[in-house]
Design a protein around this ligand. Structure first.
Ligand code: T3D
Length: 263
């Protein structure tokens, strides 16, 4: 990568992206956004990648925007945060959602501000028990961004979304799992093994099918039942022509494990 604030490794079908500014809890600078965009472009251009793993280096996952990356002070010239969202956070969330592959977020520690909501934009979120989620925006006079006002009420309901967003309290990983914000909270000692098993499973899975599941579930967020049944029909039609569907059925009938190629 052009910047070591993002580490990238692609191996065995897994693209590993690590946010790597541990002394600043992996908070985002403009340069780090650029490096992350570059990493996601590499994933898009690599047909061998079948799952993305996003995690953080050190004790935190990501503390959102690096508040020291620009001059903000009483009396200073105003900063156009809309420009920052438009250039960096909006495209990042949309890129994660649009990837036709599963994106696993391994929340290894505190996830705050945009860091919390970038995690929620991923497809499967596993957090270590000592991790936490903090909608820190209200403490500096902002609103949850990076999809926070979209994901929180859908995942946790409006009452909990409102409390999290207005109070900015730490939500433990355990509570986040109980509230349905994330897939799983895992004991710290088991975290790495659980994440590795998960990405290994997804790297061997029928990738086209998983990409279609992702698109269909996203479509369901705005569709009525009739339209969603159409979406399901169209994806099933497409997937019925895939190598992995044929392999899955053949393996089932032959009582052997399937060997999916992602095609
Ligand atoms: O601005 C735009 O472009 C618009 C978009 C905004 C998106 C956003 O994300 S806005 C929200 C920004 N994030 C925050 O407000 C979170 C700020 N951080 C915290 O509230 C706390 O650090 C945490 C709850 C995340 C963790 O607390 P704790 O006690 O575990 O760690 P700490 O001691 O506060 O932080 C450790 C170090 O990281 C510390 O530096 P030091 O004292 O060791 O030199 C701290 O200053 C630094 N750090 C943590 N978060 C940030 C940060 N430095 C810069 N920016 C940060 N966001």
């Amino acid at each position: 990568m052009s910047d070591d604030s993002i580490l990238f490794e692609a191996r065995d079908g897994v693209a590993r992206i690590t946010l790597n500014r541990p002394d600043r809890l992996n908070s985002f600078t403009a340069a780090m956004h650029g490096a992350l965009r570059e990493a996601l472009e590499r994933v898009k251009g690599d047909p061998a990648t079948r799952v993305v793993l996003l995690t953080g280096a050190g004790r935190g996952f990501c503390a959102g925007q690096d508040l020291a990356d620009r001059a903000v002070a009483p009396g200073a010239a105003p900063v156009d945060l809309g420009e920052s969202i438009e250039r960096n956070y909006r495209p990042l969330v949309l890129a994660l959602r649009a990837l036709p592959l599963p994106v696993v977020c391994a929340v290894n520690g505190v996830a705050a501000g945009a860091g919390a909501n970038i995690a929620l934009a991923c497809d499967i979120v596993v957090a270590t028990k000592s991790a936490s989620f903090v909608q820190a925006f209200c403490k500096i006079g902002l609103i949850p961004d990076s999809g926070g006002t979209y994901f929180l009420p859908r995942l946790a309901g409006t009452a909990r979304a409102m409390g999290l967003a207005m109070l900015g309290d730490r939500l433990t990983a355990e509570q986040a799992a109980q509230w349905g914000l994330i897939w799983r909270c895992v004991e710290d000692g088991e975290f790495t093994a659980v994440v590795e098993a998960l990405v290994a499973q997804l790297a061997q899975a029928p990738t086209r099918g998983l990409g279609a599941i992702k698109r269909a579930l996203h479509a369901a967020e705005r569709n009525l039942l009739e339209a969603q049944l159409d979406v399901e029909r169209d994806f099933q039609r497409e997937l019925g022509n895939s190598d992995d569907y044929r392999e899955g059925v053949a393996a089932f009938l032959a009582k052997r494990p399937p060997h999916f190629t992602g095609r």
